[in-house]
Ligand binder design. Structure first.
Ligand code: NAD
Length: 278
């Protein structure tokens, strides 16, 4: 694992592409001024990684936010995802073109299969592999794939996914999956790192925040990075976007990492990848 240095630092994917380990999530950020501003403020305050998806219906705003930031497109790591209803080879190819058009870009840094839709994800993966071979995507990956989904995909894949984006926070670690991904050189990435905002209601994090003179969000996001997990907290508020990134001037001790690790209870706040209806 690379050292955690600053907001522009990265982990290296198995194809050599550098993925900034800290980014902005934009799920539920409304298209138009809300998402445009969030993306612009984030980039202007140093973020270099933006995570969107076709289903978020805000790709146009994300593209505008990147332009408005004044930072060149090549300096940003831009991620989108193919939605469940578009899975299959041809429909994924079309969905990819639509995402590029909306984002007003010629390529993506990372394109993910959003959920493991049964009977479809292997064909979808073939489309991602083809787009990768055509150099239209710098890295390809999956999201919400449990170990058995990955094992199944690997029986036919010619390219091992570079990333698996999963729900991940102190209440849902899935250590077995984390280890499986590590041994297959699949970079693990956290969605809902702040438990969709519910983490702030939990007393257990307050003590450690006090000890380090940091916010609960900063403690949990720093824990992600020290575990080697890419993290993409969502906010559309300027001050929170800035504050969430103030995690490069401290580190959590080994002992306190272990305290946080012990909170795991296998609790999901989002859908179960084995039983979703999306
Ligand atoms: P999150 O855990 O990032 O929490 C976001 C919530 O926390 C928001 O309500 C926000 O207002 C609040 N918040 C953020 N910073 C705060 C702060 N400093 N103080 C107080 N409140 C704060 O939840 P998320 O949006 O579900 O996850 C992050 C990103 O992960 C998404 O935006 C999206 O890009 C991605 N995601 C992917 C999937 C997937 O299936 N692949 C699913 C969900 C989310």
């Amino acid at each position: 694992m690379s050292a955690i240095t600053d907001i522009k630092g990265s982990f290296t994917l198995h194809n050599g592409v550098k993925m900034p380990y800290f980014g902005l999530g934009v799920y539920l950020s409304k298209d138009g001024s809300e998402v445009i501003n969030a993306v612009k403020w984030a980039i202007q305050s140093g973020y270099r990684h933006i995570d969107t998806a076709a289903i978020y219906n805000n790709e146009e705003g994300v593209g505008e936010g990147i332009k408005a930031s004044g930072i060149p497109r090549e300096d940003i790591f831009l991620v989108s995802k193919v939605w469940n209803s578009e899975q299959g080879y041809d429909s994924t190819m079309e969905a990819f073109e639509t995402s590029l058009q909306k984002l007003n870009t010629e390529y993506l840094d990372l394109y993910l299969i959003h959920w493991p839709v049964k009977g479809k994800y292997k064909e979808t993966w073939k489309a991602l592999e083809e787009l990768y071979r055509q150099k239209r995507i710098r890295a390809i990956g999956v999201s919400n794939f449990l170990q058995h989904h990955l094992e199944d995909l690997l029986t036919e894949a010619s390219i091992v996914p570079m990333v698996n984006q999963m729900e991940f926070h102190p209440y849902l670690v899935q250590q077995g999956l984390l280890d499986f991904c590590k041994s297959n050189k699949i970079q693990y990435e956290a969605w809902s790192p702040l438990m969709q905002g519910k983490i702030f209601e939990m007393d257990v994090f307050k003590e450690m925040a006090g000890k380090y003179k940091k916010t609960i969000a900063q403690i949990v996001l720093r824990w992600d990075l020290q575990k080697g997990v890419v993290t993409i907290p969502k906010s559309s508020k300027r001050q929170r976007i800035i504050d969430n990134a103030a995690i490069f001037d401290f580190s959590i001790s080994k002992e306190d990492m272990a305290v946080l690790d012990k909170l795991d209870k296998g609790k999901r706040f989002g859908p179960d990848p084995d039983n979703f209806d999306l």
